[in-house]
Design a protein around this ligand. Structure first.
Ligand code: 7MK
Ligand code: ZN
Length: 863
């Protein structure tokens, strides 16, 4: 029996015992026996008796100290303890690793024959013995020796030397002048096609840009390159931040656990987040690629130049960088659409995490496996917390804070407190109460009541805040509540600056607070938490006519979208209650409002498509305990069917009118989005004309349109479904990233054969359980998009997931722990399903060599 994994605590933080001067690394690459030689100087910071270097799954060959063989050491499970060092010691360690046997995709591994690394958070210790923690920063010199069939031997920083060896191998040396922690180290070796370009910074420095992709994929690289140049220019303009090296490399690999990694000067990307052309990628893919390329680039300042003191501070760089990539996307594209996107992520996934067993503050206090904390809470709620500071301080104040943050901390490893202090000091604004957001857990609730005094023309808003049951914080939070008041005619009523900053932001700092608005002619309609100004649940007793008024008149597209979401939600909830599915009809006023919207195609069609998107199962299930699985699924389908049926002539008219020019500009993208929305509804009320449209659009050479047609058919269980899926399979077997879309479609099928079908797809020639993209496409999509079958009452959905997790436990613990999420919140379901889910978790808990990753999550869920 191995001992239980131990948690580490934020309050136990100790500064490192030693500082490191210049790390020099030599790699002699070999799939089974890669030899790693590390040389560095350690200087003690106090106690000089010993040092513990992190290292796991390494074979130690030799240790030298100050040029002498050193035997005074002890090997632990997770490290090497050196004794008898002086205050300053020159260390040389030689060890071997086998990248070819590394299926965890952490440390140095092979991706389709190319060597690559992933070190964040604690992967460097799988490469060599070192102080593998983010507050140990040093410069790196790296020499890579490899076979000539691998022409590219890459690492961080600048190439300083290269040459050939007498044995037929060759080598390249790299020097990174910027001090960095080990998690930002990268090595890549292989044969690639390269797209090169150049960026001239605002001070006139020329930066070489290189994008490495698998051979034959060059035609899919330009979009990522364009995105990179846009990101570089945007960071100069909006944040006054310029790139600092003369070279920026991005490598795309097929085997990667996450989206991408910001290694200094050498980003490594999941190929799914780089490769795109219009035949193989959707407009959504293009958008995501731009935002991820931006995200990794923005890390160069928020993450690399200023990094985290310890991993509990992960949100310091991730919350901030997500905020920055969201702003990048919003400045380049549509602010409202990006906001809708971000809010959907928080409301569906983050709120669920916050309500489940893995709930944690954006700055966690305790961690067993750090990889489990790359979460929607740390990232997306973290970004909301940054956004709230931006809302409170305004753009100019926020930028002043950023400037001070870099002035104080460039080159350092710091904490979330340091960031807030810079914001606070630069603006003379007390943010001590605001900082509670870094400790609180669960979704806070803001409840609103209003009353109107007709005589006085006075409207009073009573706000109250409360914490979630699982929140250790009791004191009230500092919550920016953005509002808008609309009069009878739909005009926006001006609010004085004394009541609301920037004309709309109320600062709720007490448990209960009231705000009075005077001089009104009639009772206004209030928009609350406008733009989702705080990551809270809002409770306010909106009347249908008020929501319709907002949907019609609110000044922001976001608020109009939100109002319509609330209207849909109310319908669905009523249906779940009455279960009168067959008699159900959309209320007259809603049909009318929707039909008015659909008759006018002159506005932004991307927004229009969002207005016709009904909230999904995951967003709605949060409103119930236990979740009424079958009823909720049926209620959503019923409302959607009504929207299709009631508006059929309008959908037909819109569809025949819409024609995109095939380009990637916003208007063309919007037209395609709306066309797909039309087809989504029309497929549910298909006739021969509509069937013809689906068939024709499925033959498009544009992936957005092609996939839109097939998805509409799959969702509606249309007679064409099997035929379209078979055609797609035949056409795209040579492109695995495209096949991922097909796997996801298969996983979302609603017919009874769904699960048998998924099991048979495990043997599809394109499927590979060792590849995280394939697993996410098939099983991730199944659990996320197919509640009907995932939550089957015979438990087969849960069983399929758990069986795969059991297989992946040893192969790729990180990925296994990622896909387990939907099983963890079993307490939200009825007794039968709870029992079935719990049984699967208990089965997994008994696995002979359960990884720390899975242990932490299962243990939290069960206990
Ligand atoms: C995004 C860490 C990396 C989850 C979401 C990313 C990861 C996990 C990209 C990997 C990142 N530092 O840039 O945040
Ligand atoms: Zn990041």
């Amino acid at each position: 029996m191995t001992s239980k994994p131990q948690a580490k605590y934020l309050h136990d933080y100790q500064p490192p015992t030693h500082v490191v001067e210049n790390l020099s690394l030599t790699f002699e690459l070999d799939p089974q026996h890669t030899k790693v030689t590390a040389r560095f100087i350690l200087t003690a910071q106090g106690d000089t008796s010993s040092v513990i270097l992190d290292g796991v799954e390494l074979t130690l060959n030799s240790v030298h100290v100050d040029g002498q063989v050193h035997t005074n050491y002890r090997l632990h499970d997770t490290g090497l303890e050196l004794f008898g060092l002086g205050e300053r010691a020159e260390i040389e360690i030689v060890n071997t690793i086998s990248p070819g046997a590394n299926t965890s995709l952490e440390g140095l591994y092979l991706s389709d024959g190319a060597y690559c690394t992933q070190c964040e958070a604690e992967g460097f210790r799988k490469i060599t013995y070192f102080l593998d923690r983010p507050d140990v920063l040093t410069t790196y010199n790296v020499k890579i020796i490899g076979p000539k069939q691998m022409p590219y031997l890459l690492s961080n920083g600048n190439k300083v030397d290269s040459g050939e060896l007498s044995d037929g191998r060759h080598y390249v040396c790299w020097e990174d002048p910027f001090k960095k922690p080990s998690y930002l180290f990268a090595l890549v070796a292989g044969d690639f096609d390269v797209l090169t370009d150049q960026f001239e910074t605002r001070t006139g420095r020329k930066v070489d840009l290189q994008l490495f992709v698998d051979k034959g994929n060059l035609s899919k690289a330009p979009h990522a390159m364009t995105s990179l140049k846009k990101a570089m220019a945007w960071d100069e303009q909006r944040f006054d931040l310029e790139y600092d090296l003369d070279i920026y490399m991005i490598v795309a690999v097929d085997f990667f656990n996450m989206g991408a990694m910001e290694n200094k000067g050498l980003n490594v990307f999941n190929s799914a987040c780089v490769l795109a052309n219009q035949e193989t990628a959707t407009d959504r893919d293009f958008h995501i690629i731009e935002s991820i390329v931006g995200h990794e680039y923005f890390h160069n300042w928020t993450g690399n130049r200023v990094t985290c003191r310890d991993w509990f501070q992960l949100s310091l760089k991730e919350g901030l960088t997500v905020f920055r990539d969201q702003e990048f996307s919003s400045d380049l594209g549509s602010r409202a659409l990006n906001r809708i996107d971000a809010v959907n992520t928080v409301r569906t996934h983050q709120f669920a995490e916050d309500a489940g067993p893995m709930a944690h503050p954006i700055r966690p206090q305790q961690v067993i496996e750090m990889n489990n904390f790359y979460t929607v809470t740390v990232y997306n709620k973290g970004a909301e917390v940054i956004r709230m500071m931006h809302t409170i301080l305004g753009e100019a104040g926020f930028q002043k804070g950023m400037k001070l943050y870099f002035e104080r901390h460039d080159g350092q490893a710091v904490t979330c407190d340091d960031f807030v202090a810079a914001m606070s000091d630069a603006n003379g604004k007390d943010l001590s109460q605001f900082k509670l957001w870094y400790n609180q857990v669960g979704t806070p609730k803001v409840s609103a009541r209003t009353n109107y005094d007709d005589q006085q023309g006075e409207f009073t808003l009573h706000l109250a805040q409360s914490h979630a049951d699982n929140d250790p914080v009791e004191a009230p939070l500092h919550i920016p509540v953005a509002i808008e008041l609309l009069d009878k005619q739909g005009q926006v009523i001006k609010v004085p600056e004394s009541t609301a900053k920037q004309g709309k932001v109320l600062e709720l700092t007490e448990k209960q607070q009231s705000f009075v608005f005077c001089g009104l002619e009639s009772e206004p309609v209030i928009v609350l938490l406008e733009g989702f100004s705080a990551p809270c649940l809002l409770s306010y007793d909106y009347q249908q006519h008020q929501l319709l008024h907002i949907a019609k008149f609110a000044s922001s597209d976001y608020a109009r979208w939100e109002a319509i979401q609330q209207l849909y939600k109310a319908e669905i909830k009523t249906l779940v209650k009455t279960q009168a599915f067959s008699e159900y009809q959309l209320p007259e006023c809603l049909t009318q409002a929707l039909s008015m919207l659909l008759d006018d195609l002159s506005g932004d069609l991307s927004i229009l498509a969002e207005l016709f998107t009904v909230p999904g199962f995951d967003a709605l299930s949060a409103e119930y305990t236990p979740v009424p699985v079958a009823q909720l699924d049926q209620a959503i389908s019923t409302v959607e069917y009504q929207i299709a049926e009631q508006l059929k002539p309008a959908w037909c008219a819109a569809y025949s009118q819409l024609q995109d020019d095939g380009s990637l500009d916003a208007v063309a993208v919007a037209i395609r989005t709306m066309k797909n929305k039309c087809l989504f509804y029309l497929a549910q009320v298909s006739d021969s004309q509509i069937q013809g449209w689906i068939q024709a659009q499925s033959e498009s050479h544009n992936m957005t349109l092609k996939l839109g047609a097939i998805r509409a058919a799959v969702n509606a269980q249309h007679v064409l479904t099997q035929l379209l899926l078979d055609d797609f399979d035949k056409q795209w077997q040579s492109d695995l990233l495209v096949m991922d879309k097909w796997f996801a479609l298969q996983a979302s099928r609603r017919d009874e054969r769904c699960i048998d079908n998924i099991l048979s797809l495990y043997t599809h020639p394109c499927f590979d359980k060792a590849n995280p993209n394939r697993v996410r496409a098939l099983i991730g999509a199944f659990t996320r998009t197919n509640p009907r079958h995932f939550h089957r009452e015979d438990g087969r959905g849960y069983e399929v997931l758990a069986d795969l997790i059991a297989e992946l436990n040893q192969v790729n613990p990180q990925n296994a722990a990622r896909i387990i999420t939907p099983l963890l919140s079993f307490k939200r379901f009825d007794e039968t399903r709870q029992g079935l889910m719990r049984a699967q978790l208990e089965k997994l808990a008994r696995l002979p060599e359960l990884s720390d990753d899975l242990y932490e999550k299962i243990d939290k869920a069960l206990n």
